[in-house]
Design a protein around this ligand. Structure first.
Ligand code: OGA
Ligand code: NI
Length: 335
């Protein structure tokens, strides 16, 4: 089966100056109509190197409760590690199409891993202006190297170096988020699988689009993960839904964008919020992003933490295995 990639469609759309109708959103989704400009309520930016742990905990817990998304600066991951991650990802997407297809997600595969384009059409049969590559980067027992590009040759080293640094950031985040819920520092990380927590990397590739006013990159969604840690490139595109409007999330060089995912909303019984977000595309420039979804192992059942529920605060969510949660979400079955 030959799937037409958005990267290929974008190339012909550029010369024609228009996009295929399945990419044209209805008025209620069009970015040009639904984005609020002028008023600019920016998500919190948090200095992750703050030596005052109580203050860091408070800032992170408040941002997770009030916004569900924040950016961290001074996170300790060296700039060259992030630059290398981006460079090898850019090099992969610049390869000839046939070479990228070597990593295509097998059609019968149950896993999400591999190079691809979302096949499932969205509401009203619309398609997203984005291609992607998914593969796990941690723990070693979960990695399928068949989905890691061999070209460029430094792809593996760059991704391993990033995974190593990211673990430190993730552990510290879980620690602060756990204390922010009144729990011990290790409890939250343990309840999402401890050392079995899976790091799933996605590279989003949003080619230039002659009609960025009509198309969308990733459509409105919340992440299924516990936490998502995202590196964007310099092209603006991430938007957050708040107070009935879509807002641009400002690009801050060297910052990491942290999303609270559905599993943390569930574990915290709604104290931390998984926030609705989407992406827009650019007329002249390729946007790319590197989210890493921190996910519980598939068989692990996630529900509101017993210590956080009481007669006054009854459970708001069902307890279910992460794989069942994913199945329902992808098939639009109520949880
Ligand atoms: C996603 C996502 C945002 C971005 O892939 O889940 O929300 O900035 N991406 O690309
Ligand atoms: Ni997302």
């Amino acid at each position: 089966m030959d799937v037409e990639r958005v990267q290929t469609i974008a190339f012909s759309s550029m010369t024609e100056g228009r996009i295929p109708p399945e990419f044209i959103r209805s008025e209620k989704e069009r970015p040009a109509i639904t984005t609020l400009h002028g008023y600019d309520p920016q998500i919190p930016t948090i200095d992750f190197s703050d030596p005052d742990e109580d203050s860091l905990t408070r800032l992170i817990a408040e941002a997770s409760r009030d916004w569900g998304m924040f950016q961290i600066v001074n996170h300790g991951i060296p700039t060259h590690v992030i630059n290398n991650l981006q460079k090898v990802g850019e090099d992969f997407f610049a390869l000839p199409q046939e070479e990228k297809e070597l990593y295509a997600k097998p059609p019968d595969s149950k896993s999400i891993e591999g190079y691809g384009t979302r096949l499932q059409k969205e509401e009203e049969g619309k398609k997203a202006w984005v291609d992607h590559l998914f593969h796990k980067i941690w723990p070693p027992s979960a990695i399928n190297y068949q989905f890691w590009p061999k070209n460029p040759p430094s792809y593996r080293d760059a991704n391993e170096a990033y995974a190593k640094c990211l673990r430190g950031v993730a552990d510290k985040l879980f620690g602060r988020l756990s204390v922010g819920l009144g729990l011990g520092e290790k409890e939250l990380r343990e309840s999402v699988g401890g050392d079995e927590l899976t790091y799933l990397l996605k590279i989003n590739y949003y080619p230039p689009c002659p009609r960025p006013d009509l198309a969308l990159g990733v459509v409105a969604h919340t992440d299924m993960s516990a936490i998502t840690i995202l590196v964007p490139n310099h092209v603006q595109g991430l938007q957050l839904f708040r107070d009935d409007h879509w807002f641009d999330v400002k690009y801050i060089p060297n910052a990491l964008v942290i999303h609270i995912g559905d599993q943390l909303e569930i574990l915290s019984n709604g104290k931390y919020k998984s926030v609705l977000h989407r992406t827009t595309v650019n007329k002249d420039m390729t946007r790319m992003s590197w989210p890493v979804f921190l996910e519980p192992p598939p068989e692990l059942a996630i529900g509101p933490l017993p210590k956080l529920i009481s007669e006054d605060n009854p459970p708001k969510y069902k307890k279910k295995r992460y794989c069942d949660y994913v199945y329902c979400k992808l098939n639009k079955i109520p949880q």
